[in-house]
Design a protein around this ligand. Structure first.
Ligand code: AMP
Length: 279
């Protein structure tokens, strides 16, 4: 059995995971659940796109020869029997923390995010009991957290990670791209272009041995400049434990990742993340 956990607002990125699961397993289950415990009180839980009808239609129409066997759409009260508030200090019940890889990068601005993710994924894996579970490389830190969770809590499933699906402009597909105007969406392709500049620098210098992180970051930051974009971080981290690296060694590699705030269609900012694996 293959399992694809999602928060819905399905796009081609989700569909890649589903299609791989259909190829590798007898049965495939997709879950759609906007998980309250991974949103901070000031974040976009209320606004997060909820498009269940069109999500079900996408799954039905796209996968015809071999169909998705079930779509699991739990209620909040089923996933959190003790109730759930976004104020961590008032929460009750059991939660899962994956230490060492949840605090940096995304964890710096979203301190309880991976606690929410690890908790809901544990619950979902306990309910579904899949042979394989599918995640996207787009959420690179999430993949590291989940691998660690499954290993450390001896959960009997294989974690499969698939490459990031991108628009023609190379902007990574994301449900949150729905917040962007067409212009900003186009301009946001700068995020990938900047990471790619860093990757090219690495590829051009790695034959001399290890490459300085500082120089890779300079390449990215000098490209990722737009008056209305705000960089949260650009970082180079170990691919397995997310430790910050001073140098990238060929053979070990690294995750080159960024989070950028871009203007929303209406008020406020959308936070977009992307990454490239340096080999
Ligand atoms: P979400 O619904 O955003 O929680 O995402 C559900 C799963 O789809 C996660 O494993 C994501 O990493 C994955 N995913 C989201 N966007 C993409 C993308 N552009 N390419 C590949 N996988 C993706």
């Amino acid at each position: 059995m293959g399992f694809v956990p999602t928060m819905g607002a399905l796009h081609e990125g989700h569909c890649l995971l589903v299609s791989q699961s259909l190829q590798e397993n007898d049965k495939t289950i997709v879950s759609i659940f906007v998980n309250p415990s991974q949103f901070a009180p000031h974040e976009d839980l209320e606004d997060y796109p909820r498009t269940l009808d069109s999500d079900l239609e996408i799954l039905c129409k796209k996968f015809v020869q071999k169909k998705v066997d079930a779509v699991f759409v739990p209620k909040v009260s089923e996933m959190y029997p003790a109730g759930i508030t976004q104020d961590v200090s008032k929460q009750k019940g059991a939660f899962v923390n994956v230490l060492g890889c949840s605090e940096q990068l995304e964890g710096e601005t979203r301190p309880h995010f991976f606690r929410g993710v690890a908790t809901v994924v544990t619950k979902l894996l306990n309910i579904v009991g899949p042979t394989r579970v599918y995640f996207g490389q787009k959420d690179a830190q999430q993949c590291v957290v989940i691998r660690s969770l499954v290993r450390d809590l001896l959960i009997d499933t294989e974690v499969r990670v698939l490459p990031t699906v991108r628009e023609k402009s190379m902007l990574a597909l994301s449900s949150r791209n729905a917040y962007l105007s067409e212009d900003v969406r186009q301009e946001s392709s700068l995020i990938y272009q900047s990471l790619r500049k860093g990757e090219l620098f690495y590829l051009n210098h790695r034959q001399n041995g290890k490459v300085s992180t500082k120089e890779i970051l300079e390449q990215v930051k000098s490209t990722l400049v737009r008056p209305d974009f705000e960089i949260d971080y650009v970082s180079v981290n170990h691919p397995d434990n997310l430790d910050e690296l001073e140098y990238v060694e060929p053979g070990v590699g690294a995750i080159l990742s960024t989070a950028v705030r871009v203007p929303k269609r209406q008020d406020g900012q959308a936070r977009l993340i992307d990454n490239i694996i340096l080999h």
